[in-house]
Design a binder for this molecule. Sequence first.
Ligand code: 1HN
Length: 350
Amino acid sequence: MTGVATERVNQRLEALHQRLAANSLSGHWQRRERPQPLQPCLWPWSVIHSCLEESGEVVALGSAGEATARRTVQLINPALTVQKATTRTFQVSIQLVKPGETAECHRHTFNAMRFVIQSKGMYTTAEGEQMIMEPGDLLIQPGWAWHDHTNKTNEPAIWLDLLDHPLTRYLDSMFSEVYAEGVAQPITKPDGYSRRRFGTVRPKTDAIENKAVAFSYKWKETLPVLEKLAAEESYDPYDGVLLEYTNPLTGGATLPTIGAWVQMLRPGETTRPHRHTSCAVYHAVQGRGVTILGKGEGKEFPWGEKDCLFVPAWYWHQHRNLSSREPAILFSITDRPTIQTLGFYREEKE
Ligand code: 1HN
């Protein structure tokens, strides 16, 4: 083409781009901005806890419709400060309910899980069932279940909130409702209701849907499973002794969107590196270790009790227990169920 001809094409191309944009269209050949990649991130418990304690002094719990309805400190990925989210799929926050307080009753379309860090028997009520919270317990409140948290004890209660809220928002499926008949719903179900309904021996049902159910997993039942499997040497080279909290009805992931796992690393153990297209936030329940991100000269993220660490999708990672005497325990949540359901799951192992 002659110079004049090329110039003519370029002018027409420019005009075409303008016309496309004016009509909410775009050419495949036109570049678009890529979303910022998520960064690995470590949140030391000392920092989270001191901010949470401070919030306990300066943030009064408001009523259910207000922004202060929950007193939580949220883990924010540096790439998601606008969205104010931990990952693109799930949110991790740490909640404080002081003695005498009730985090008022509401419900929403997104699912919630709570992993208890500190509590001397405060409780969450979900769909009329009172569920006592003890350290290490995991409680599930499915989407659209009424829930409120009441602390009648004399000690502040603290837990991790694990929500598929960012995914729900992305999908324009966010709805919520405030309970109109009081700050807390009445307790209408007997103790142990969900265990009898959803346990391994339960009323016969032919209609099992892939939906979360209100449930509570007790740490006093989970820890012995970890310990016994460790004693039986039932180890995965990439994850140590790894347990999944399963939906008691479907046997699948805890929630259809996000899964909760807990793993034990033997004294001195270093897991082998792998990477996958799901991401995870780890919370150290017990022990001291380091997670190495990247292959070869990986970056080390040292963690101690209660610290939280985000490992983005497709990062090589391996965990090392720094103690030669004590096992380390990591609780984690992952968007693996979403990624797998959508057919996007890939894994590479070394
Ligand atoms: C929520 O409903 C709770 O019920 C906690 O305790 C954290 C973060 C964002 C949106 C709703 C709760 C939340 C939340």
